[in-house]
Design a protein around this ligand. Structure first.
Ligand SMILES: *Cc1c(COP(=O)(O)O)cnc(C)c1O
Length: 395
């Protein structure tokens, strides 16, 4: 059965060009870039090229790019570095809708390390209240960590504005931009953003490679101390195939950003509009404009997200309910809960996330199957009247 993969916010296919370009690094060019001999040593040039390509994608200088193991490590390194270099400040400002990589780290820091964490709330559309942002950032704030775009809803936050406020208080700024990089333009040239996290496997590179952008002049305390790789900012032998894959993926993303994301947004919008039309009592979660071009989070009332996913899976359609991490545990999405989506509606939520490899035919197929799946499940539901066009909870 052909798989229709609409779960690209969880992970992506390695781009064919990326796969092609990394093959030799496993079998012919497997050296260590730190070696004195040229077999290994010449790989340093390939690492440098990848570094330049990643820097180019986000308007950074190559020296600001630190390769590591992924988005989670990048998030942890940024936050722990800020706390280590600002020991007099004991407060963190972040949001209620961060990825667990930031969310659970901040919970941990509050619970076991005595930090005060300010959790910024979001409204029904998933947007921040800038007055609250202004009120919570103070001269006690060591770090403000706000994601660039949300992985569940695709909602985009105004990082430049937040960084401006933070700079008035001398606080450091980190953004988990794992979902945004490669999907929307990012230019860090003239910003007050000190740290930015990227993950390879979310933009068609391989799993286990990530990047932390560290702004020049930012005091830094490494998470991994050991060898002198990455200018002492991340010890450990370089993951050369991963790094090369990241460079290639960045190059491809840059060239696609101009034209093709519009195509993705068009497909996403068609999926959204047709599903809304075909399925009564369905809603879009998250602001429709301030949103990644590839993400669609929809709520279908009176049905279980897990049940929808299972029936879609039987048809070869891959999507996600809630966050990848909470799916399987039946725990409602913390993002949708923070947006005030009622408990009952949270459970019937599905995230479709497209990529540049998604085709119109695939969207047609989904549009053929999903309305039928929902109405089938509603027919089984004890909570729904038999009149599906006016579905309502039976008293
Ligand atoms: C996937 C993801 C991460 C984690 O990245 P890994 O490379 O899997 O560790 C962090 N933040 C966001 C927003 C993500 O979507």
């Amino acid at each position: 059965m052909k798989v229709i993969y609409l779960d690209n916010n969880a992970t992506t296919m390695v781009a064919p060009e990326v796969f092609e370009v990394i093959r030799p690094y496993f079998v012919e060019r497997y050296g260590n870039p730190s070696s004195m001999h040229s077999f290994g040593g010449k790989l340093a040039r390939d690492v440098t090229q990848a570094r330049e390509r990643v820097a180019g994608l986000i308007g950074a200088h190559p020296s600001e790019i630190v390769f590591n193991s992924g988005g989670t490590e990048a998030d942890a390194t940024a936050i722990m570095s800020a706390l280590a270099t600002m020991p007099d400040r004991r407060e963190i400002v972040t949001t209620r809708v961060e990825h667990p990589a930031v969310l659970n780290l901040c919970k941990h820091l509050a619970r076991y390390k005595g930090y005060k964490v300010h959790w910024l709330s979001v409204d029904k559309q998933g947007l921040l209240d800038m007055d609250e942002v202004r009120a919570k950032i103070s001269d006690q704030t060591a770090i403000v960590s706000v994601m660039w775009a949300n992985n569940e809803t695709g909602v985009i936050f105004p990082l430049q504005e937040i960084a401006q406020i933070a700079s008035e208080h001398g606080a450091l700024v980190h953004s988990d931009a794992v979902q945004a990089v490669g999907k929307v333009p990012i230019d860090l040239t003239n910003t007050n953003i000190h740290f930015l996290s990227i993950s390879g496997h979310k933009l068609h590179a391989v799993k286990g490679i990530g990047v932390l952008y560290v702004r020049r002049g930012t005091r830094f305390s490494p998470l991994m101390v050991g060898g002198h790789q990455e200018l002492d900012r991340r010890a450990g032998t370089e993951n050369v195939p991963g790094i090369v894959s990241m460079g290639m993926a960045a190059e491809l993303a840059a060239s696609h950003l101009a034209g093709r994301t519009q195509g993705i947004a068009r497909l996403r919008d068609r999926l959204q509009e047709e599903l809304l039309k075909a399925i009564p009592n369905s809603h879009v979660h998250g602001h429709r404009e301030l949103r990644l071009p590839n993400t669609l989070n929809m709520g279908f009332e009176f049905v279980e997200g897990e049940a929808i996913l299972m029936r879609m899976d039987e048809k070869g359609i891959c999507a996600s309910s809630g966050s990848a991490c909470s799916s399987g545990s039946l725990e409602p999405s913390h993002v949708l809960r923070a947006m005030g989506v009622p408990f009952t509606a949270v459970h019937g939520s599905i995230r479709f996330s497209l990529s540049r490899y998604t085709t119109a035919e695939e969207i047609d197929f989904v549009l053929n199957e999903v309305p039928e799946i929902i109405s089938f499940l509603r027919r089984l539901s004890p909570f729904v009247n038999r009149d599906f066009d006016r579905a309502c909870v039976v008293q």
